[in-house]
Design a protein around this ligand. Structure first.
Ligand code: ATP
Length: 259
């Protein structure tokens, strides 16, 4: 069964269709990217899939289950995690504490146990720490565990955010511009990390402006323009699609005219 199905998703803001009738699928181990010129609707689409916005039309199915508009933490409990374009890292906490924070969404009814510092609560804390250290090793940050997050390079912060999203053991991982603000070396490290996570069977949906990265790591690309899907396919197919070229050239010409 398809892991993530997006069926006819749409939303309008004040009568303007930001996203209209967009459908696609992501299978286990696949990296699917959503691209398109500025304002094409990528972030809005992402926000609908991850429960930040309630779609005006269409459905989101997670292994066949309708999860449309479900709150982000519930989606995370069902196996869909996401990262954000603007880092959501606690800068004044350590790298390890940030990674541990990713485990808290898994917990239920633990407030009383924590309050009384019951053995179950102490055991959970130990498990979370062990899990967090494992994740840090997976993203290459094990030696930075005790550093303040604020002292990390931008690329490391991005990897820390991915580590935290992985704490929920997602089957679907949504990455919003994972390479934004990163230099070439950092982008390559993130490339490898994403490819490795996909190879473990996780379905990855990516919004990214770095076209080279998208072409390198995607199995499948969905192209949006003015809120509509104008093309989809393998990277080589999409990059020579006349409608896609026209959409990108159109924005360059508009930028030239503006400038
Ligand atoms: N909360 C909102 N209220 C009103 N309009 C919005 C809102 N969010 C997005 N829009 C509009 O919806 C359209 C799609 O925007 P969106 O941010 O999804 O595009 P994008 O492809 O992510 O752009 P970028 O590449 O610049 O991040 C734009 O016209 C934008 O102005």
């Amino acid at each position: 069964m398809t892991l993530l199905s997006v069926e006819g998703l749409g939303i309008a803001f004040g009568g303007i269709k930001a996203v209209h009738d967009v459908s696609f699928r992501v299978e286990p181990g696949e990296i699917v990217s959503v691209i398109g010129p500025n304002g094409a609707g990528k972030t809005t689409l992402f926000n609908m899939i991850s429960g930040v916005y309630q779609p005006g039309a269409g459905r989101v199915l997670l292994e066949g289950e309708d999860v449309t508009g479900m709150a982000p933490f519930r989606l995370a409990q069902r196996g869909m995690s996401r990262t954000f374009q603007n880092l959501q890292i606690f800068q004044n906490m350590t790298v390890l504490e940030n990674a541990i924070a990713g485990f808290h969404l898994q917990e239920r009814g633990t407030v009383l146990a924590d309050l009384f510092n019951l053995p179950s609560s102490r055991r959970r804390a130990r498990q979370a720490e062990a899990g967090a250290r494992e994740l840090l090793a997976r993203v290459g940050l094990e030696r930075a565990a005790d550093r303040e997050a604020a002292s990390l390079s931008y690329g490391s912060l991005k990897r820390l955010e991915i580590a935290r999203a992985l704490a929920m053991r997602p089957r679907v991982l949504l990455l919003d511009e994972p390479a934004a603000g990163c230099n070439a070396v950092e982008t390559e490290e993130i490339d490898h990390l994403i490819a490795e996570v996909a190879a473990s069977g996780v379905a990855i949906l990516l919004v990214e402006h770095d076209m080279k990265m998208v072409m390198r790591i995607s199995n499948h690309i969905v192209v949006l323009d003015h809120g509509e899907k104008i093309a989809e396919g393998a990277p080589a197919e999409v990059s020579r699609n006349p409608a896609v070229i026209a959409a990108y050239l159109g924005t360059e010409e508009a930028a030239d005219a503006d400038g």
